[in-house]
Ligand binder design. Structure first.
Ligand code: SAH
Length: 277
């Protein structure tokens, strides 16, 4: 009998954001293949008898190719083992989970996906940014900067509504290029954005800026996520007090909130009052 392969989301970092189901399969797995993003605290929850293998990128060591990872998953699965493929965040968001499912299906292996809290949700919660808001944002775009070099604009939408929230995964540090992409998609340079570093981990930091000022943002430690949109005006985080040392965060943001209120005023005529928050 063949084993089973679980594609499991480890969440954005805080082990308490693991699901109970993820914890259960980590405790009973025979083999765990994990990405670099999965931290030591989560790996310490894995059964002590399991074989644990890092297949992610590492300083001085080449990461396994996707074909190698697919082959490992298939081979362990065919050995009648309970295999966990553990990924940061959710396994099906910018995690190549789809390619792994395809390889496992082709080998007639049983697959189960256990979702995880994706980085966008962890980062937004950390900075108390509501990704949607009845008056400020009615749609959400998840995008990755990873495949697009500075010269390649094809991965970006040609137009982004000012009432959308955009979450950029793998934003990198080529902020001037990202700024160009956002402006080319029709967003105003004054649109607020937040860089959130190491969300849900003890080292977590938030930096608030605008699209127009993005190029002078500091290079916060990876992993980072960029959230763009009017909802960013509502951010709150202890690290913002370092960014605005002469004011309390609330005072620093009062003008921004006032602007968002007047922005919201303009939206009210078109708003459906029965829409959920
Ligand atoms: N499957 C993952 C995403 C993998 S892509 C998920 O659903 O979250 C890896 C990117 O996710 C990183 O480059 C970064 O942009 C983002 N990311 C993951 N964990 C993060 C964290 N704790 N804080 C900020 N960004 C994070």
């Amino acid at each position: 009998m063949a084993g089973k392969v679980y594609l499991v989301g480890a969440g954005p970092g805080d082990p308490e954001l693991l699901t109970l189901k993820a914890l259960r399969v980590l405790k009973t797995a025979d083999v765990v293949l994990h990405d670099e993003l999965v931290g030591a605290e989560i790996l310490s929850l894995v059964s002590p008898t399991a074989q644990v293998q890092n297949v992610g990128k590492r300083c001085g060591r080449k990461s396994s190719t996707q074909a190698e990872i697919n082959a490992l998953l298939v081979n362990y699965g065919l050995l009648d083992l309970q295999v966990v493929r553990l990924k940061g965040g959710d396994p099906l968001i910018f995690g190549r989970g789809g390619e792994e499912i395809e390889a496992l299906r082709n080998a007639n292996l049983d697959v189960e996906v256990i979702p995880g809290v994706t980085a966008a949700l962890g980062a937004a919660a950390a900075a108390q940014i509501p990704l949607t808001h009845r008056r400020l944002s009615s749609s959400l775009i998840f995008i990755t900067n990873h495949h697009s070099s500075a010269a390649n604009t094809t991965d970006w939408p040609t137009s982004i509504s000012p009432t959308a929230t955009v979450v950029v995964y793998m934003p990198g540090y080529a902020y001037a290029a990202t700024e160009g992409q956002l402006v080319a998609a029709g967003l105003k340079a004054s649109t607020p954005c937040a860089i959130i570093s190491q969300a849900t981990r003890p080292e977590e930091k938030v930096y608030i800026t605008t699209i127009g000022e993005l190029r002078s943002a500091p290079r916060l430690p990876a992993p980072t996520l960029l959230i763009v949109g009017e909802v960013v005006r509502l951010a709150e985080h202890a690290s913002l007090h370092e960014q605005f040392p002469t004011h309390s965060t609330i005072e620093a943001f009062l003008p921004l909130v006032a602007q968002s209120e007047s922005f919201a005023q303009g939206q009210r005529n078109t708003e459906n009052s029965e829409r959920p928050e």
